[in-house]
Design a protein around this ligand. Structure first.
Ligand code: BGC
Length: 353
């Protein structure tokens, strides 16, 4: 059985390897992977800047965004053979800390969590997996291979849940939102934003192509001339690029009581924190970082994707690479929105059938 593997901490170590078939334990589903999405975190791991192998090993199976089909179920399972699932990325810390103890591993307090394909646990870029049922989220058949978007959508679902919690600190009726970055997280953030706000702007650098078209078709407003060209303030700003400059400018784009949500992972070396912190306090603004998601966020993500315009979602995945050309999938394509590796082409017979 093949798997895309990496040695975290060393660049140029990405390989396709032979792995032994999974041996599901009690409570595990046996699943076959249909597709795996690639994101900025994967690129950081590939470049040797991030990631940890499972304890006692050097190499890690990559991949944390996936959709898979059930091949075998444990006794008393709520799943059936043939069902689609999206595997959850994070596993609670073993202690567990108070949030992990109640299934809120996305808010883990002691940092001893594991993340499949990222940190201490093999990921999903492989043909078959043993997946603990409690970390499998049902994906309705109609969503199909688009279930590969459940994980990035779960991150956005969590971001919006927290935005709404913070907003509820006072009377607050958000009407406008700005999303910076029209990558997959930015586009999904805009999709969710339109459920809460009348007007949604999306800012990106590219002037034409898929991104402006996707934003326009969603009913949001695309802007590519920079933040200063947007002569408006917003109730919510969701920063999805990780760009430090944008992060620092974002609070200025909020109205009083506005909320800035950081959903993009920044590099190091931000500056000007003092002036920024002052504005944050004086106008009651809130800025928060967000990472990961728990089960309810995944479940919400799966519901939103099921109800969304599937042809729009299909267009978001603008690079589909068969596993035979796996190396090609990891080539950076700056203008591509979402690259997905296909382990099983859509419509292919399942090993279960
Ligand atoms: C994943 C998250 C994960 C984060 C940090 C992101 O790409 O979507 O689930 O927590 O990386 O490892």
């Amino acid at each position: 059985m093949i798997a895309v593997c990496i040695e975290p901490g060393s660049s140029d170590s990405l390989r396709l390897e032979d792995r032994t078939e999974p041996a599901p334990g009690p409570g595990d589903l046996l699943v076959e992977v249909l597709a795996v999405g690639i994101c900025g975190t994967d690129h950081e791991i590939i470049e040797g800047d991030f990631g940890h192998p499972p304890p006692g090993r050097d190499r890690l199976v990559l991949g944390h965004e996936a959709v898979a089909r059930v091949l075998g179920t444990p006794e008393g399972s709520r799943f059936e053979v043939g069902d689609l699932v999206a595997p959850i990325v994070r596993r609670p810390d073993p202690l567990p800390c108070p949030p992990c103890a109640v299934g809120e591993w996305d808010m883990c307090q002691n940092g001893r969590f594991a993340e499949a394909g990222i940190r201490g646990l093999d990921g999903y870029a492989t043909e078959r997996l043993a997946l603990p049922e409690e970390f499998a989220v049902p994906v309705v058949a109609a969503t199909g291979a688009l279930g590969v978007l459940v994980e990035p959508a779960s991150v956005v679902a969590k971001a919006w849940e927290h935005i709404l919690h913070i907003g509820a600190r006072a009377v607050w009726e958000p009407k406008t939102a700005l999303v910076t970055g029209a990558g997959p997280i930015g586009l999904l953030a805009a999709l969710f934003a339109l459920d809460h706000c009348e007007q949604v702007y999306v800012l990106d650098r590219v002037a034409d192509g898929t991104k402006p078209a996707l934003v326009g078709d969603l009913g949001a407003i695309y802007q590519h001339e920079g933040l200063t060209a947007i002569d408006q303030r917003f109730d919510v700003v969701i920063e999805c690029t990780g760009d430090t400059g944008l992060m620092l400018e974002a609070p200025e784009k909020t109205r009083p009581n506005g909320i800035v949500c950081l959903a993009g992972v920044a590099g190091e070396g931000s500056s000007g924190a003092a002036g920024f912190a002052r504005d944050m306090v004086l106008e009651n603004r809130t800025m928060f970082g967000t990472v990961n998601a728990n089960r309810r966020h995944y479940e919400q993500a799966a519901r939103v994707l099921a109800a969304a315009d599937h042809s729009w979602l299909e267009r978001m995945i603008d690079r589909r690479v068969p596993i035979d050309d796996w190396r090609d999938a990891f080539r950076r394509e700056p203008d591509a929105v979402k690259t997905v590796i296909e382990f099983l082409p859509p419509g292919s017979p399942s090993a279960a059938s």
